[in-house]
Design a protein around this ligand. Sequence first.
Ligand code: TRP
Length: 495
Amino acid sequence: MSDNQHLEHMEHDRGTWGSNFGFLMAAVGSAVGLGNIWGFPYKMGSKGGFAFLIIYLLLVIFVGVVVMLGELTIGRKTGKGAVGAYAALSKKYKWVGYLGILSAFTLLAFYNVLGGLVMRYMFGFLLQIMGVDGFSGAGMGFFGYILYDYSGMIFFHVLFIVCNVVIVMGGIQGGIEKFCTVAMPALFFMLLFVIIYVAFQPGAGEGYKFMLTPNFEPLSSFGGFIDVLKTAAGQMFFSLSLGMGAIISYGSYLDKKEDLQKNSLIIPACDTLIAVMAACAILPACAAFNMEYAQGPGLLFNTMQNVFLSMGSFGNFVGFMFYFLVFIAAVTSSISLFEAIVTWRLDVGIEKKQKVSRTKIMSIAAVCAFIVGIPVALDALGAADAVVKAPYLLLGMTPEQLAAGQVPMAIDCWLDFFDVISEGIFMPLGALIMAVLIGWKWKTRNLIVPECEISGHKFWGYTFFDICFKFITPIGMILVLGGQIYDFFIKALIA
Ligand code: TRP
């Protein structure tokens, strides 16, 4: 960037990425998270293996890349985070930006708690390596123990948030970019190491078979096909950090000379690669030690811990490595959620010509995120005897109804509650509105093409992007929205 531009940004205290590579590491860091390492493997496993992968890839190309380009372009063109960007494009749609801020908090509510748990397991294995019992005498039953260790849950929740504060406080270049540029390559190599180690465990082969044998059974009926499609679409969306403005914020710090179209291909490609790699580590590991590819947080914590504890003494080392890489994945994602909030407040301050302090904004955001996360940390995933009661209990439903499948997923515990409203409603809604606005109101030709061509790169695939913004993405999003609302809220009620 020119010195002039640089000065201008410095004056605003807003910051920019130091290089396109740094931006990419931050954006890939945002995308690669718990969604890749925990969500993708079991969804792929339970929804048709290879058949799921094919559908997932098609969705990434037809929806993921397109929405990614939309968000990056909106961010860079306006030079603002989600709220400011929508307001700049048309005042009437500022609320779509607020929807994103709301999503950021609901996502952080559970993401920080899970991140804290990951840290607890990481330290647990570190202690094990040093010959100390890292799991409080609970061994393989640790997950059941930690959920009721309320002070531990809060302590690690706070510790994870503090990591976020330290990184985001450092600013775009000195904090987020610097951290991600080191952490993301490290994550890649650690994951590679775990994959290779797991491959040599006897019995791992079953896992690959399970993963890679195309099972078209789930696709054989129309209902089954729709089920796979909406699961894959929801996963793709969450995994790419789309639909709530995190990518808009990251795009707003990007230099005008960078190639937006190329970036919008690279980020999804890396994200998908890591998701497939995670599946190659987790599913064979479970197979080798006869563990269930269980769903939910149990897979990431309970099952994987048991796998590593079963590997013998070297397992402690592999376990530490695994949770360390999951920690990196989680924290590079949560900082993007915090950054979406911080960018919003920075922009407001800059617009009002007030003195803005990133540190102060981030500290307030951290306290707010901590508060909304408290019920998630203390409800022991919805257990009836936990100190904080799950939403369904508060609403007067009973554990018996839960066991009978009559409690909607949206209220079975606080984690699902926050997950479902963000991932199930706010985010697909945000993307739906964005695609419709770009496709029909602001127009691909008038908004996307000129901003992409500023860098001197020719816009390619106009027809493809235009059709996707106008039709394919909106239809896909309506499908996801409808499907998720049915799954998360309604299905259990008519069971
Ligand atoms: N993509 C992350 C994951 O896969 C989660 C995440 C980070 C996210 N930032 C986001 C999801 C913004 C949606 C929007 O775990």
